[in-house]
Ligand binder design. Structure first.
Ligand SMILES: NC(=O)c1ccc[n+]([C@@H]2O[C@H](COP(=O)([O-])OP(=O)(O)OC[C@H]3O[C@@H](n4cnc5c(N)ncnc54)[C@H](OP(=O)(O)O)[C@@H]3O)[C@@H](O)[C@H]2O)c1
Length: 314
């Protein structure tokens, strides 16, 4: 079933594209009173909105309230990711570089879900996957550190379905990467490191996007702090500086670039990972569109030239 993983990610991408198109449908407007109560529309809005873009908090039935968890629990996603993807990284490193072997259950998963390598296996693809998994793990560490020590969370909430999805997301993501190791056997051979130009380009792009993502999260946190660094407010206000001058959600744009950088590290040709990238594109586009709408509705002087997600485009 080599195409199963790609199909799963493509399906997720289509689901978020459909949600984006539904949200933009003209029947939703005007008034923007969606998501105020129960019903199918309310449930849909509950599933696509979280944090500051969530609506109708006080008017929701009590049982719906019980299905919300604090948005600061985002931290749990990255704890799971650091542990799970750290484990996968350590086992892959051991298998590729120290001549060990992967646990049998991982080998079964790989054989069930991996693609068969058609071309001669030079070992460079093994190195690419190892590097991409390292980047994913580093990204998770950075996000965990930001959740713990940079971001200032308000009392915003997310739906329990979104929370469970987020917990599973990084497990499936790392497993997807691991399954990109060609299954044509190199047993016993140690990894020979072939650094190609696309590894260098991908890593530079990853660092550049991560730096900007961090800067933007620092700017958001700064909106709630005094000059001395103590938290003085939990309100939402308009961010300025860095990529915020171009888009409302530059940290989402940076997230997309981070996933693209991994596609570059994998040598551009990994269809499964491009499906992951397209999923992140639509997922973050939806979140950015909702956030952009929030700013426009709440701040009459919101900069008109700012796009939501991708500079000059969307
Ligand atoms: N790969 C994926 O599928 C995926 C999915 C989701 C998120 N992410 C990534 O995770 C990161 C965080 O995402 P997020 O959705 O939590 O971002 P976010 O809603 O912008 O929140 C980031 C932090 O900034 C605060 N904040 C947001 N807007 C603010 C404003 N106008 N004024 C003051 N503080 C503000 C938030 O507080 P409160 O919200 O608590 O008020 C939170 O602490 C992003 O880089 C995103 O790309 C990735």
């Amino acid at each position: 079933m080599p195409a199963l993983l790609a199909a799963v990610w493509a399906l997720l991408a289509v689901a978020f594209l459909a949600a984006l198109l539904l949200w933009q449908a003209p029947t939703r407007r005007p008034g923007g009173g969606d998501g105020d109560g129960g019903g199918v529309s309310g449930f849909f809005q509950d599933l696509i909105r979280y944090g500051k873009t969530k609506r109708g908090g006080g008017r929701q039935p009590a049982w719906l309230h019980r299905l919300q968890v604090p948005k600061r629990w985002f931290t749990h996603f990255y704890v799971v990711s650091v542990l799970w993807n750290g484990f996968l990284l350590a086992r892959l490193f051991q298998a590729e570089c120290l001549g060990g072997s992967l646990p049998s259950w991982i080998q079964h998963m790989q054989h069930a879900l991996s693609r068969d390598s058609q071309s001669e296996d030079t070992g460079s693809e093994h190195f690419s996957v190892l590097l991409a998994l390292l980047l994913l793990w580093l990204h998770s560490c950075q996000r965990l550190a930001e959740c713990l020590w940079t971001s200032v969370f308000s009392n915003g909430v997310i739906h329990i379905v979104q929370y469970c999805f987020g917990l599973g997301y990084y497990v499936v993501l790392g497993s997807t990467l691991l399954c990109q190791v060609p299954t044509s056997s190199r047993k016993g051979k140690k990894l020979s490191v072939h650094v190609c130009w696309y590894h260098v380009v991908g890593v530079v792009m990853y660092i550049w996007a991560s730096l900007h993502q961090h800067r933007c999260l620092v700017i958001l946190a700064g909106l709630r702090k005094s000059k001395s660094g103590s938290v003085v407010s939990l309100n939402h206000s308009v961010p300025f500086g860095d990529w915020f001058e171009r888009v409302s959600c530059p940290h989402y744009f940076a997230e997309l670039l981070i996933y693209v950088s991994m596609a570059v590290v994998l040598g551009f040709h990994n269809v499964t990972w491009w499906c992951v990238v397209i999923y992140v594109l639509f997922n973050q586009a939806l979140a950015a569109a909702l956030c952009h709408e929030f700013y426009q509705e709440h701040f009459s002087s919101y900069p008109k030239h700012r796009k939501a997600f991708i500079p000059f485009v969307f």
